[in-house]
Structures are given as structure tokens and as C-alpha cells.
Design a protein around this ligand. Structure first.
Ligand code: UFG
Length: 344
């Protein structure tokens, strides 16, 4: 029998790519998603790519009654991968309570339902934002975390602390937290990708939307950082590579080697690129001229953030396969596909 996995937030950007990876590795997937920042249409695209249309439970996990019912009526769940969360940094600064309520209540309700129905395998979608502005680079998992600059980031840090407490109290629970660096790119089919609500916060969707003509120009937030060209450096990671890491994390959770503690893994390539390098690579790969302008720094941006990924290499056997050019060409392919689809 196939292992049956609940993926909360499975219609979203990283969630949907992970659903594809799991189906391709012969897992059975049930998605829980409130569709607050995603679209049901993604299920048909997953079907086109994999031949399987996953079951969707359209449920808001903030509601503890609904969360419990989801687990009551879907039996024999082997593991949960928890993506469901709001993720816009600037929105979280404006609406901190909305972020704390949504991201933390959904997590607690999920963990409570899991405990009630004796589901003991859990993977959490975390973020490099928990490192704040690190003193040493590349960052290892053993580096200390700091209070993140945004309520969004703080929900990730608090969530890891909650999971750590729950793992300590429940010796049966096996949990892994995956700290993503900067996920970009899209599925190679061009049919699934990032679909930000409104004006994008993040660099890559802003670049592709500017190149396709949806935005006037890209603002580069500051060129006076202590980096090679003055713009901040990040560790960009292809979303399909990221999705594969979840499959390996599941294998790890099901294996005997997994120890009882909450295990944490960085997921990046280990290589850093500046904003200007990304722009230059975009223009080269896509042959599109990008309209951009250097403006003021954005609050909360750190100069440099890139990962040491030895732990994921050694323990999960995971390594990013795709480089910046693949990330850019797949992001662009997705933007073009989506643009054409909307026109037709
Ligand atoms: N940037 C611009 N112009 C834009 C958007 C971004 O110049 O329009 C710059 C930013 O200043 C930054 C870089 O591009 O230097 C990357 O910015 P992103 O917003 O794409 O990514 P961040 O590194 O700020 O944030 C990402 C995720 C967060 C996560 C964080 C962890 O979006 O969810 O990494 O470090 F918390």
C-alpha cells in the first residue's frame, strides 16, 4: 500500500511542486488548503503532469473543529507536511495579529489533530529568516537563530520552538524542519509556478512580471551594502530541487536512523548571488531587456545570506541539481505560459 501523506498548503507555490514530487515517488497525497492564496486550478495541472488529481480538502486549519474533522475522516495517514501559512513579509508588518493567528493556530491545530489520531511523522516548512542577520557565513543549522525582522519570520521561529516542545513531550513524534533559503523557479513543464497575490514582494516574480510588461520597472532596493557590487546576496534555490528534499525528508522520517529530536536542515545551493547578478543572468538567459532602477534600501533586508548545506547532503542525501540559469529560464517559461493562458 502507498504511504498516505497530508500536505497542508498543497495548492501553493512550494506545496504544489512537492505534491508533484510525492506523486512521482508513488506516495498518495491528500491536500488541505483554504485557497486563500492559491487556486484550485492547480489540481488539473498536477493531473496533466502526473496523471493523478490529488484529493483536496478545502479547510481553514485555524478552525480547530474543521482541522480535527479532516484527520478524523481521512484515515491511515502516515505523515503530514505542513506548508499552510501566510508568507508576505511586508503584509505581516502591517497585520501582525493576522499572521500570528493564521500561522500559529493552523500549526497548533494540525499538531493537536495529529496527536489525537496518533499520526507521528511531521515535516515543517521553515525559512532561513530564522537566522536574522548572521555573523558568520555560510550559515550552518547549528548557528544561533535570531529574532527575525518581520512577524512573518517570527512565526517561523516560534513554530520551530513549538514543534521542539511538542517533540520533547511526545517521544513518538518524529519531526523535521526544513529551512528554505530563497526558492525561485517553476516546474519544468511551465504549467506550475509562483503566483503572487497582487504586487510581488520577492525579486524573481517582480523581475518576470516587469519583463512581461505587467510592471513598469523593477526597483533594486539599495546598492550600498557591503557586498561585491553593493546589492544584497542571497542563496536562490530551484523549487523543484526543494520539492525533492521533502521526499528525502519523508524517507528519513520513515527510516530507523532518524533520532528523536527535531531535526533541522538548510535547503539552498550554498552559493550566493547579488541582485545585480540575478538581473544580469536574467537578461542573458531570456534575452529580455529589464527596466530597473536603484532606489533606497528596503527595511529588514540583510546584506548576505547563504547556506552551508553539508547536513542535508550528508544525512538526507540531498543536493540541489539546478543552477541559477535553470531557475531563471523555468521562472520565465512559467510567466510566459501564465500570461498566454490569461490572454486566451
Ligand atoms: N529585491 C529588490 N527588489 C524587489 C524585490 C527584492 O531589489 O522588488 C531584493 C531584496 O532587497 C533582496 C533580494 O532582492 O536583497 C531578495 O529579496 P526577496 O524578497 O526575493 O527575498 P528575501 O531574501 O527578502 O526573503 C526571502 C523570502 C522570505 C524568507 C527570506 C529568508 O521571501 O520568505 O527569504 O531569508 F523569510
Amino acid at each position: 500500500m502507498k504511504n498516505r501523506i497530508i500536505i497542508t498548503g498543497g495548492c501553493g507555490y512550494i506545496g504544489s511542486h512537492t505534491v508533484i514530487a510525492l506523486i512521482e515517488h508513488d506516495f498518495e497525497v491528500i491536500i488541505i488548503d483554504d485557497l486563500s492564496n492559491s487556486n484550485e486550478q492547480v489540481l488539473e495541472r498536477i493531473k496533466k503532469i502526473t496523471g493523478v488529481k490529488p484529493k483536496l480538502l478545502n479547510i481553514d486549519l485555524k478552525n480547530s473543529f474543521l482541522a480535527e474533522n479532516a484527520f478524523r475522516y481521512n484515515k491511515d495517514i502516515d505523515a503530514v507536511i505542513h506548508f499552510a501559512a501566510h508568507k508576505a513579509v511586508s503584509e505581516s508588518v502591517q497585520k501582525p495579529l493576522m499572521y500570528y493567528q493564521n500561522n500559529l493556530c493552523a500549526l497548533v491545530n494540525t499538531l493537536m489533530a495529529m496527536e489525537k489520531y496518533n499520526i507521528n511523522n511531521f515535516i515543517f516548512s521553515s525559512s532561513a529568516t530564522v537566522y536574522g542577520n548572521p555573523k558568520t557565513l555560510p550559515i550552518k543549522e547549528s548557528n544561533e537563530t535570531q529574532r527575525p525582522f518581520s512577524p512573518y519570520g517570527n512565526t517561523k521561529k516560534m513554530a520551530e520552538e513549538i514543534i521542539d516542545d511538542v517533540v520533547k513531550a511526545n517521544p513518538n513524534l518524529r519531526a523535521i524542519s526544513l529551512r528554505y533559503f530563497n526558492p525561485i523557479g517553476a516546474h519544468q513543464s511551465g504549467m506550475i509556478g509562483e503566483l503572487p497575490n497582487g504586487i510581488p514582494n520577492n525579486l524573481m516574480p517582480y523581475i518576470t512580471q516587469t519583463a512581461i510588461g505587467k510592471r513598469d520597472k523593477l526597483m533594486v532596493f539599495g546598492n550600498d551594502y557591503p557586498t561585491k557590487d553593493g546589492t544584497p546576496i542571497r542563496d536562490y534555490i530551484h523549487v523543484v530541487d526543494l520539492a525533492e528534499a521533502h521526499v528525502l525528508a519523508l524517507n528519513r522520517i520513515f527510516s530507523k536512523e532518524k533520532d528523536h529530536n527535531l531535526e533541522i536542515f538548510n535547503l539552498g545551493t550554498g552559493e550566493g548571488y547579488s541582485v545585480l547578478e540575478v538581473i544580469e543572468a536574467f537578461q542573458k538567459v531570456t534575452k529580455q531587456k529589464l527596466n530597473y532602477e536603484i532606489t533606497e534600501r528596503r527595511d529588514g533586508d540583510v546584506p548576505k545570506l547563504y547556506a552551508n548545506v553539508d547536513k542535508a547532503n550528508d544525512i538526507l542525501g540531498w543536493r540541489a541539481k539546478m543552477g541559477l540559469e535553470d531557475m531563471i529560464s523555468h521562472s520565465w517559461q512559467w510567466e510566459e505560459y501564465y500570461h498566454l493562458e490569461k490572454k486566451n
